[in-house]
Design a protein around this ligand. Structure first.
Ligand SMILES: Nc1ncnc2c1ncn2[C@@H]1O[C@H](COP(=O)(O)OP(=O)(O)O)[C@@H](O)[C@H]1O
Ligand SMILES: O=P(O)(O)O[C@H]1O[C@H](CO)[C@@H](O[C@H]2O[C@H](CO)[C@@H](O)[C@H](O)[C@H]2O)[C@H](O)[C@H]1O
Length: 496
C-alpha cells in the first residue's frame, strides 16, 4: 500500500476545473493511520476475493485469482459507518506470465448492515482488527456514503493521490443521498435525486478514460448531445498518469432508452399495420450522431490515412478476425470471404480517408431520447479493447456501422423470441431494419456527416469488424444471443 501513508489527514482543495489551488490542510474526520488502513485491508481481503468473481463487472471470471495487491487505499470516512476507497490489483496466473487488472472498490463498514441492502452487495463480516465483527459491503448501495462522495466532488477535495475535480459553474449541491442505479451496465452508477448521475468505473487503466475525455470536450464545446459533465475524480496508480475513477454528469430524468424504444416498435410489427414510425427517430438519431462527430472533429485531433495506414487498418481487422476465429470456431468457414472484404479496403482508393475521435461503441442502448432530442451516452469505447487503442482516431463511419448493427440486433431479437420459424415475421423484421438503417444514414448525411452510402466497401468492412467483435462478446457474455451476430456474419460474407 505504497500510497496509503500519504492519504491521511491532509485534504487539498482543488479550484473549479482542476486548476491547482493553494494547498490547505484539514482533517475532515480522516484520521486513520496508514497502519490502520493496512490492517483493515488485510482483514477485508478474504471477503473481497470471494465476492469479486460474483460481480457483473469483474473481468476475470473463470480464471483463478493468484494474488490480490492493494494499490491505493484511502479512508474517506472513519467511524460507524466508515468508507474505504480501494484500488486493488487482481492477478491471474503465476510467475512472469502473471496478468493483472486493477479494480475500484468503494467499501462501507457498519456495525449493523444498512437497511434494505441486498445480499449481492454484502461481502461479509470482518474477522479481526479495529472493525472486528462489522459488516463489509459495497458502499454504492449506501445512500449516506454515496452522498459523502458527492460532497467531495462538490468541494473539489483531495486525499493523497485521490483528486475530486469539478467543472466551472456546475452548481453541485451536497447533502443529497445517492441511490444505486439498477440499469444493466459494465460499471456501477449512483443517481442523485433527479439531477446527477455518478459512474464509478470498475476496471481501471492508467490514463484518462475516453468517456471523460470526450464528454468533457463535447461539454466544453456546448454540445447538448451528451449529458453535461459536472465533475470527476481520479487517482495516480503507482507511477503512471492519473486514472479516471468516476464521472458525474447531469441526469436525464425524462429520457427513454433507444434500445427499449426500438424493441417496443419491433414487438408491435405483427398485427399492427401502423406500429408508429421509428424511422423518423432513426433519422433524428443519425443527425445527432453527425453533430457529435462534427464537434469532435473540430475540438480533437484528426488525421488523414495514407495508403500504408489504410493497409494497417485492414490488417488490424484481419487480426481481430483471426483471434475471434480462435475463440469461436464457428467463424472459420467465413474467414476467407471476410478477409477479402477487408482486403478490398486497400484497393478502394480510400487514400486520404479522415480519421477522428469517435464514440467507439455506439448502439441503441447508448442513445437516450429526451424531450430535447437524442443524447448519446458512454463514450468509453469497446470495453474489451485496451485503453490506448480506444483513444486512437478512427473513421467516423465506424460509429455509423455500429449503429446499423444495432437496428439489425433489434429486429433479430424479435425473431429469436418467436416460438418457431415465422416467414412473415422475418420479412417484417428485416424490412423494419432496412427502413431504419436507411433513415439513420440519411439523417447522418443531412446532419453534415459523410454519406455512408457513398462508401459501400468501407461500410461493409466496418460492419463486419463490428459483427466479429459482437460474436466474441456474445460468446463470452450472452451465449444465447450468439446467433444474432453470426447471422449477420453469414449475410455480410455473402454480400459482395
Ligand atoms: N445521464 C444519464 N441520465 C439518465 N440515465 C442515464 C444517464 N447515464 C446513464 N444512464 C443510464 O445508465 C445506463 C448505463 O450507463 P452507461 O454509461 O452505458 O454505463 P456503463 O458504461 O457502465 O455500461 C444507461 O443505459 C442509462 O439507462
Ligand atoms: O453497453 P456496453 O458499453 O457495455 O457495450 C457492450 O454491451 C452491449 C450490450 O449491452 C453490446 O451491444 C450489442 O448488443 C446490443 C443489444 O443489447 C446491440 O444493440 C448492439 O448493436 C450490439 O453490439 C456492445 O457491443 C458491448 O460492447
Amino acid at each position: 500500500m505504497s500510497e496509503t501513508s500519504r492519504s491521511q489527514a491532509h485534504v487539498h482543495r482543488e479550484s473549479p476545473d482542476g486548476a491547482p489551488a493553494p494547498v490547505g490542510t484539514r482533517t475532515a474526520g480522516v484520521r486513520r493511520t496508514a497502519a490502520g488502513v493496512s490492517e483493515l485491508v488485510q482483514v477485508a481481503l478474504p471477503l473481497i476475493s470471494a465476492w469479486l468473481p460474483t460481480q457483473r463487472w469483474y473481468a476475470g471470471k473463470g480464471r483463478a485469482i493468484t494474488g490480490l495487491h492493494p494499490v491505493v487505499g484511502t479512508p474517506l470516512q472513519v467511524g460507524d459507518p466508515a468508507l474505504l476507497h480501494l484500488l486493488l490489483r487482481v492477478e491471474h496466473g503465476g510467475g512472469a506470465a502473471a496478468q493483472g487488472d486493477i479494480y475500484q472498490l468503494l467499501l462501507g463498514i457498519r456495525s449493523q448492515p444498512p437497511t434494505g441492502i441486498g445480499p449481492q452487495a454484502v461481502l461479509g463480516r470482518l474477522a479481526g482488527g479495529t472493525y472486528d465483527g462489522a459488516t463489509l459491503y459495497d458502499a454504492v448501495h449506501d445512500p449516506e456514503l454515496t452522498g459523502r462522495l458527492l460532497e467531495h466532488l462538490a468541494t473539489g477535495d483531495r486525499f493523497g493521490s485521490l483528486s475530486f475535480r469539478r467543472t466551472p459553474g456546475s452548481g453541485l449541491p451536497s447533502n443529497i443521498p445517492g441511490r444505486a442505479s439498477t440499469a444493466e451496465q459494465s460499471n456501477s452508477s449512483v443517481i442523485y435525486d433527479t439531477s446527477f448521475i455518478l459512474k464509478l468505473f470498475r476496471r481501471i487503466s492508467p490514463g484518462t478514460n475516453p468517456d471523460l475525455e470526450l464528454s468533457l470536450a463535447l461539454s466544453r464545446a456546448g454540445s447538448t448531445r451528451i449529458p453535461r459533465v459536472a465533475a470527476w475524480f481520479e487517482s495516480r496508480l503507482e507511477r503512471s498518469e492519473p486514472a479516471t475513477l468516476g464521472l458525474l454528469q447531469r441526469y436525464l430524468p425524462d429520457a427513454e432508452d433507444g434500445w427499449e424504444l426500438a424493441l417496443d416498435q419491433v414487438a408491435r410489427l405483427k398485427g399492427d399495420p401502423s406500429p408508429g414510425n421509428f424511422a423518423i427517430e432513426a433519422h433524428r438519431l443519425g443527425r445527432a450522431t453527425a453533430e457529435v462527430h462534427r464537434v469532435l472533429a473540430r475540438t480533437m485531433p484528426t488525421a488523414r490515412l495514407d495508403r500504408e495506414r489504410i493497409e494497417l487498418l485492414a490488417g488490424a481487422m484481419a487480426d481481430r478476425l483471426d483471434s475471434a476465429v480462435a475463440a469461436v470456431p464457428g467463424l472459420l468457414r467465413y474467414r476467407s470471404a471476410l478477409r477479402a472484404a477487408f482486403q478490398q479496403l486497400t484497393a478502394d482508393h480510400l487514400d486520404g480517408l479522415q480519421v477522428q475521435r469517435i464514440h467507439g461503441d455506439l448502439h441503441l442502448g447508448q442513445a437516450m431520447r429526451t424531450p430535447q432530442g437524442w443524447v448519446l451516452l458512454d463514450f468509453e469505447g469497446e470495453p474489451a479493447k485496451p485503453l490506448a487503442e480506444r483513444r486512437l482516431p478512427q473513421p467516423a463511419l465506424r460509429d455509423v456501422a455500429a449503429m446499423l448493427r444495432s437496428f439489425d440486433y433489434a429486429a433479430a431479437h424479435l425473431l429469436a423470441g418467436a416460438p418457431g420459424p415465422d416467414p412473415e415475421l422475418a420479412h417484417l423484421a428485416s424490412a423494419w431494419a432496412a427502413r431504419n438503417r436507411a433513415a439513420y444514414c440519411a439523417g447522418y448525411t443531412a446532419g453534415g456527416g459523410d454519406d455512408p452510402t457513398a462508401s459501400p466497401e468501407l461500410m461493409r468492412a466496418l460492419e463486419i469488424d463490428k459483427a466479429v467483435y459482437e460474436v466474441v462478446y456474445e460468446a463470452r457474455h450472452r451465449p444465447s444471443w450468439l446467433p444474432i451476430p453470426l447471422a449477420a456474419i453469414n449475410r455480410l460474407a455473402l454480400t459482395v
